[in-house]
Design a protein around this ligand. Sequence first.
Ligand code: ZN
Length: 170
Amino acid sequence: MKVGLEKLESHEEVAVRALLDSGATGLFMDTTFAKEKGFKMERMRKPLMVKNVDGTINVGGAITHQVKYNMFFKGHVEKVRIDMCNLGKTEVILGIPWLATHNPEIDWEKGEVKMTRCPPICGKRKPEEKKEVKRVEKDEDKEVLRKLVPKKFWKWRKVFGKRKSEQMPV
Ligand SMILES: [Zn+2]
């Protein structure tokens, strides 16, 4: 899905393609992409070790830098801290912490993501801006989701769907 990232120092907004990934344990941005787009990277006091799915240490090494920015998506706005690592062609990954916090409504058939269950800490954009963003994003969402949906995403769909009905009855 397309999200807007606003740099905190210059208020410049950059459109990025974010991948929702329930297999990711954090929020990540590709280092090369961040450099290209001119995001200001901050060195972390304590580097994070990166582990692969099987528990082994990632050859890419530790995460040593973060960026901070405001993230916009369909009327939702929040200040985010994101870890830098090598993601290849993926620009940004929003993993479990983000999915758990905002608990977005995802329509897998239509490929739509709705931010309807955000906690109160998520600010809202001005209505007129929101309308504009929505219109542009609607068709792109479907396309981007289809392109970016890896198999693990579909596995998550089943798991999440089951958990949802078991643990969160309406
Ligand atoms: Zn939110």
